[in-house]
Design a protein around this ligand. Structure first.
Ligand SMILES: Cc1ncc(COP(=O)(O)O)c(C=O)c1O
Length: 383
């Protein structure tokens, strides 16, 4: 077993070597600009068309409904600003929820400053939005609902199909940030009542800096206001020379993740449960955050009582994980996500996110449970 152990797969994933292999020719011999009409350009253009079709087939959508971006942040910004400004003649009311990723929350904050009205829905103790709250919040002036699919910290899955149905019934555009879920849970996007969806390659063993925004249908595409202006690429919605190796990598990563999803999600769920049980073996001062079932298979987010996560992690340098609280100049602040969930103040500082993934092993999980367990016992005598 190699140390340190990487157990932060929600932050990013290592590239799968098969994805890198698929990309390399597009850095080397097929380096052309897809906008060029000579053979170098045509080679690149064909690769982009093939990748777009492959990705569209996996999602059950049309290739022209996928707009390649630099990742989920850009896709989220395009969805939120593009819809808010594109539909402002209808109204200025927008709906989201409190624990969205900053890539969604920040655009909403900016829109508020520009005169839009934003409803930030609460979540329950598991981090889930109640679809009934969504329905109650809709007004005749509502133009957009944005609710993420899977949470980046706590792994909770939102009831996006129910929310999408309500949005459709009321004629409101529905966006979901699927950065964490695509490739990890079944994602038949074309069959779901979703109008806009953000995905990114680096959470599914692909390269960083490439993602896509799904935009359902020509009508919505025509109304979305672009963020960038330039050479007209991506149907004018996202101009700029295409990242050909990245696009090839995104499609290759998505194909692998989809093909292996069923087996891999079962394996990861098993590893997650083993890790949870392993930690419980050492201490019962542990609280699971997020939904026990409706969550990403590889995400285990817990709070340990009576210990600060930064101190704890300092004693376990062999395992790379994330804390649930940000540490600024020595002082710990409780994550707004845990606050929204109602995690008690005495638990929140001891929060740790374990993210398991494709290259995680049983041996790593056993080592991690043992190491954290022993460290907790030493830090909190009497546990
Ligand atoms: C839920 C969610 N949305 C958006 C992002 C941003 O994605 P990207 O790094 O591709 O811009 C992330 C990744 O950190 C995420 O987890």
């Amino acid at each position: 077993m190699k140390l340190p152990i990487y157990m932060d797969y929600n932050a990013t994933t290592p590239m799968d070597p098969r994805v890198l292999e698929a990309m390399l020719p597009y850095y080397r011999e097929h380096f052309g600009n897809p906008a060029s009409s000579h053979p170098f350009g045509r080679e690149a253009l064909n690769a982009v068309a093939k990748a777009r079709q492959a990705l569209a087939d996996l999602l059950g959508v049309l290739p022209e409904e996928l707009i390649f971006t630099s990742g989920a942040t850009e896709a989220d910004n395009m969805a939120v600003f593009g819809t808010a400004f594109g539909f402002q003649a209808k109204g200025l009311h927008l709906i989201t929820q409190k624990t969205e990723h900053p890539a969604v929350l920040e655009p909403f904050r900016i829109l508020e400053a520009e005169g839009f009205e934003v409803t930030y829905l609460p979540v329950d103790g598991y981090g889930r939005v109640d679809p009934a709250h969504v329905e109650q919040a809709i007004t005749p002036r509502t133009t957009l609902i944005s609710i993420m699919h899977a949470h980046n910290e706590i792994g909770t899955l939102q009831p996006i199909i129910e929310i999408g149905r309500i949005a459709r019934e009321k004629g409101v555009v529905f966006h979901t940030d699927a950065a964490q879920s695509f490739g990890k849970v079944p994602f038949p996007l074309g069959r779901w009542p979703v109008d806009l969806a953000s995905i990114t390659a680096h959470k599914l063993y692909g390269p960083k800096g490439i993602g896509a925004l799904y935009v359902r249908g020509e009508g919505l595409r025509a109304k979305l206001k672009p963020l960038h202006h330039g050479g007209g690429q991506e149907l004018g919605l996202r101009p700029g020379t295409l990242n050909v190796p990245g696009i090839v990598g995104l499609a290759a990563a998505a194909e692998l993740a989809t093909a292996e999803l069923q087996e891999e999600s079962g394996r990861l769920k098993g590893l997650r449960q083993k890790l949870h049980q392993g930690l419980l073996h050492y201490t019962d001062g542990i609280r699971l955050n997020g939904h026990p079932e409706e969550r990403l298979p590889g995400n285990l987010h817990v709070s340990f009582s009576g210990v600060d996560a930064h101190l704890l992690l300092g004693h376990v340098p062999e395992v790379a994980v994330s804390t649930g609280s940000a540490c600024h100049s020595g002082a710990s602040f409780i994550s707004p996500v845990l606050e929204a969930l109602g995690v008690p103040r005495e638990w929140a500082p001891g929060s740790v996110r374990f993210g398991l993934g494709r290259f995680s092993t049983e041996e790593e999980v056993e080592f991690t449970a043992h190491k954290f367990g022993r460290t907790l016992k030493n830090l909190i005598p009497g546990k």
